[in-house]
Design a protein around this ligand. Structure first.
Ligand SMILES: *[C@@H]1O[C@H](CO)[C@@H](O)[C@H](O)[C@H]1NC(C)=O
Ligand SMILES: *[C@@H]1O[C@H](CO)[C@@H](O)[C@H](O)[C@H]1NC(C)=O
Ligand SMILES: *[C@@H]1O[C@H](CO)[C@@H](O)[C@H](O)[C@H]1NC(C)=O
Ligand SMILES: *[C@@H]1O[C@H](CO)[C@@H](O)[C@H](O)[C@H]1NC(C)=O
Ligand SMILES: *[C@@H]1O[C@H](CO)[C@@H](O)[C@H](O)[C@H]1NC(C)=O
Length: 454
């Protein structure tokens, strides 16, 4: 990444490019004069952006907030970014009438395009999201061993995706393959690669029933030994990435669909105490990362989202650190929730002071793809995005990878697929344009302000 000292201040004077929009870079032929109060700064050779003057202030004091690896060295060395969070914690409405009012000012103005527009190119989903205080992001895996240049260019394009989640590289089985031995090679690669493209990174995840290493699955543990393994794992990984990540999915998928606890390794041996232990350990190891509980099938009000609400309330009542709820959003074409139902559900969490995000959005269909299915998918995507952007507490939306040929869906659901915004040729689908429309139509300001290397 370009060190801060090399950041180009290209233009200050004439106001033509709005804040956060592109103002330069290789191949850029558009306007280069930023609106008053912002400056055009190089994010990477291909992307210069108009950023508020305040984010350029000196921050040498943050140069030691980037943490030291705990037991391992960074394999990749380009972690040159320190960061300053400029976003403030979400402030819940003071009265129920306020919260109802913000609900009804919903998303109705968003229009889903009826047919695929031709020849108009990309819209810049992340830039559209940023215009009202949110991010749009994606997720990836295996990019260290990938020469699919079209995929890499799109996935790493900050205009489209300002947030990155490694789908597998930060999970327990990858990062602690044998007990007490940590390997952050893949995780470092993605974090560095994304930071080099000015993307912010979400850490995913610490405590899950799946993708747990064999030594841990097959061992015989007491409560005390398993707590010690959990604490050690979180301390090591959270410390390794301290100051580098926007958030951690500390807890992933703790409940069954009926709202009962999932009887996994963690729950069976530690009991529900694994949740506060993990959250408290993560906060101590990386005080700047937002701490999330992340799950699927919690888009709308129901037994599982109710269980999450009770858990969140219980954590907050005990002053256990918890900042956000991740709504995964693995949805199905034709049976996806309405925007208002999503917003109404998360208004309950927002009222507790929690932020939330759609963290793993994809909307799968039974193959083969048809025009009607693609149109329904576009409508379903519009509802999911609309559910976020009608909530002041929703900070952003990430899809679970970029294009259909990289989606996990065909391997997990044999007859289904085509769940993402880009097809296997990396061309935008109708759903891409419906997402752009929903982002353009948003009227409720979010509170995500990306961090900038300074
Ligand atoms: C960073 O902080 C640690 C712990 O406070 C200290 O030991 C180290 O010398 C500091 N490094 C720099 C470069 O200031
Ligand atoms: C990134 O996407 C934007 C459209 O959002 C496009 O104009 C730009 O050329 C792309 N940049 C790169 C480096 O591909
Ligand atoms: C760490 O993981 C990477 C990627 O899987 C692998 O290539 C490397 O050999 C591992 N390092 C060690 C020391 O095992
Ligand atoms: C396991 O130990 C933790 C304290 O480390 C405690 O909070 C929890 O209740 C214990 N679980 C069981 C099942 O005894
Ligand atoms: C949390 O505290 C609130 C206010 O005191 C109370 O209404 C609620 O029942 C508590 N919830 C839990 C899960 O402890």
């Amino acid at each position: 990444m370009v060190p801060s000292t090399l950041m180009a201040i290209v233009a200050i004077a004439k106001a033509t490019v709005p804040g956060y929009y592109q103002c330069g870079g290789i191949g850029w032929t558009g306007a280069t004069d930023c609106v008053t109060g912002t400056v055009c700064m190089s994010q990477n050779p291909y992307f210069y952006q108009c950023l508020p003057l305040t984010t350029t202030s000196s921050s040498t004091s943050t140069s030691n907030s980037t943490g030291e690896p705990c037991t391992t060295s960074f394999v990749t060395t380009s972690f040159t970014h320190s960061k300053t969070f400029t976003s403030t914690a979400y402030v819940p409405p003071t009265s129920s009438s306020t919260s109802t009012a913000s609900l009804t000012s919903s998303t109705a103005t968003s229009t889903v395009p009826a047919t695929l527009p031709t020849g108009i190119g990309l819209r810049g989903l992340n830039l559209l999201a940023q215009a009202n205080g949110r991010y749009f992001g994606t997720a990836c895996d295996g990019i260290w061993n990938n020469d699919d240049q079209a995929y890499l260019a799109l996935t790493g394009n900050y205009s489209e995706f300002g947030m990155m989640t490694p789908t597998n590289a930060m999970k327990f089985d990858t990062t602690e393959p044998s007990q007490g031995t940590f390997n952050y090679s893949n995780a470092n690669y993605i974090a560095s690669w994304s930071h080099d493209r000015s993307q912010v990174v979400r850490g995913h995840n610490f405590v899950w029933y799946n993708q747990v290493p064999y030594w841990l699955m097959s061992g015989t543990w007491t409560n005390a030994t398993l707590v010690s393994i959990l604490v050690n794992h979180i301390q090591d990984e959270a410390s390794h990435f301290r100051g580098k990540l926007y958030a951690w999915d500390v807890i992933n998928e703790p409940f069954n669909d009926d709202g009962t606890w999932r009887a996994d390794l963690w729950y069976q041996i530690i009991g529900p105490a694994f949740v506060p232990i993990a959250l408290t350990t993560a906060r101590a190891a990386d005080p700047d990362a937002r701490l999330y509980i992340n799950d699927y099938n919690i888009e709308t009000i129901g037994p599982k989202s109710n269980a999450h609400l009770a858990l969140a309330q219980s954590m907050l009542n005990q002053s256990i650190p918890l900042d956000g709820i991740g709504c995964q959003g693995h949805l199905i074409v034709g049976v996806s929730p309405e925007a208002d139902a999503i917003t109404a559900n998360f208004a309950r969490f927002a009222a507790l002071g929690l932020e939330w995000a759609i963290t793993e959005l994809d909307i799968r269909m039974t193959l083969p793809e048809t025009t009607a299915l693609l149109a329904q998918q576009a409508s379903d995507y519009s509802n999911a995005v609309g559910g976020c952007v009608a909530s002041a507490a929703c900070v952003g939306i990430s899809t679970w990878d970029t294009s259909d040929d990289y989606s996990w869906i065909p391997s997990a659901f044999k007859t289904q697929g085509d769940a993402l915004l880009f097809d296997s040729n990396k061309q935008p689908k109708l759903a891409y344009y419906s997402v752009a429309a929903a982002l353009t139509a948003m009227t409720v300001q979010g509170q995500f302000a990306s961090f900038y290397e300074v």
